[in-house]
Ligand binder design. Structure first.
Ligand code: SAM
Length: 337
């Protein structure tokens, strides 16, 4: 096996471009209770549970990551709240020394019943996906969802003190580009971050995704035409993909995640662990390193540490969408965003 690269022998991981990698997104399942048109093909088949990381395997890999300086974990999916035993898994991850922030990205459908327990178990914050406030369009986009349940989930998350509360809206031409205005309006009343995400191409639905992109500039212009000027919020943290703005007098913020038109690869500090145990080095590139098989073959902690650090060093700079290179090995739902 290749030696750990010089930068990664200590307790921190750097890639070959000098980016400090300390944020791991962990996909807990590829299964979801929605079928959003921009996320997965309708006929998707979910993987058998035995092929996915088990709880003890996730905990081992998070410990390995924490020993290499990862201090922030985001649980995602598929839909992370569909994982059996999610509350106890949250508790166990939060107890791992070195993990200082534990977040979750969820569609919110199960949060009404779970938010309090998750917060009590140590979850710090949630991002909830909501692409429109119109129940009919919500059903069209998600191919089955009930908006009312998501709204109850948002309220439960707020009541549970999961903060900051962020709402994610993927803007898809022909589906919800004009609904961004009503979502943005929510920040006048609520201290929430509403983030508008450009559609990213991946896997079997990439042609649809590429044809329906709405740029952040266009979304900002739509919102400004309806609700007035947006002020840039000063002090943007370069590691946060969302560029922050505010409507005049608003309590909350608007964020624009412009992965396609204004990539932010320089500030990327992320690695991703897929539900089937692969370390994915960049969301929009297919480069992955297997951790599941070494783990199941009995690799010790130090060996896993070495595999992870060595892989991290090889993190590619960024996507190659401008060269029409699309990552096709997985759907977004099989990575977790
Ligand atoms: N099920 C959870 C949820 O709905 O938030 C977590 C997984 S989902 C894949 C994570 C995030 O990725 C969501 O905010 C979703 O809207 C976003 N997403 C899915 N497909 C996308 C795409 N093609 N481009 C940009 N964002 C996407």
């Amino acid at each position: 096996m290749t030696a750990i690269p010089p930068h990664n022998r200590s307790e921190v991981m750097y890639d070959s471009f000098g980016r400090h990698l300390h944020y791991l997104r962990v996909s807990l399942t590829d299964a979801c209770n929605l079928r959003c048109v921009y996320c997965m093909p309708e006929d998707i088949v979910f993987r058998p549970p035995a092929t996915l990381l088990q709880d003890d395997e996730i905990l081992t890999l998070v410990r390995v990551a924490a020993s290499l300086g990862v201090d922030k974990i985001r649980l995602t999916g598929g839909e992370p709240t569909m994982r059996r035993g999610i509350v106890e898994l949250v508790r166990a991850i939060r107890a791992i020394p070195g993990i200082r922030r534990l977040a979750m990205t969820t569609n919110g459908l199960r949060l009404a019943g779970l938010a309090g327990q998750l917060a009590e178990a140590g979850l710090d914050q949630v991002n909830i996906s909501i692409d429109t406030l119109d129940p009919t369009k919500f059903r069209q986009i998600t191919r089955r969802g009930n908006l009312e349940e998501v709204w109850r989930g948002i309220q439960a998350a707020e009541a549970a003190g999961l903060q900051p509360l962020k709402l994610n809206c993927v803007v898809t031409r022909g589906f919800n580009e004009f609904d961004t205005v009503e979502l943005a309006r929510l920040t006048l009343e609520h201290n929430w971050d509403i983030r508008f995400i450009e559609l990213m191409p991946l896997g079997r639905v990439s042609e649809f995704q590429q044809s329906q992109v709405v740029s952040s500039a266009e979304t900002r212009a739509l919102i400004e035409a309806a609700l007035g000027p947006l002020e840039v919020v000063p002090g943007h943290n370069g590691h946060d993909p969302a560029r922050p703005y505010r409507l005049v007098g608003a309590r909350g913020q608007l964020g624009f995640i412009s992965s396609v038109t204004e990539p932010f690869c320089e500030g990327c500090t992320r690695l991703r662990l897929t539900a089937d145990g692969k370390l994915r080095l960049c969301l929009l590139r297919d480069d992955e390193v297997d951790l599941l098989n070494p783990l199941r073959a009995g690799a010790d902690f130090e060996t896993l540490r070495q595999i992870m650090a060595e892989a991290a060093y090889r993190k590619p700079w960024g996507h190659r969408l401008e060269n029409a290179e699309i990552a096709r090995s997985r759907e977004m739902s099989q990575i977790g965003g």
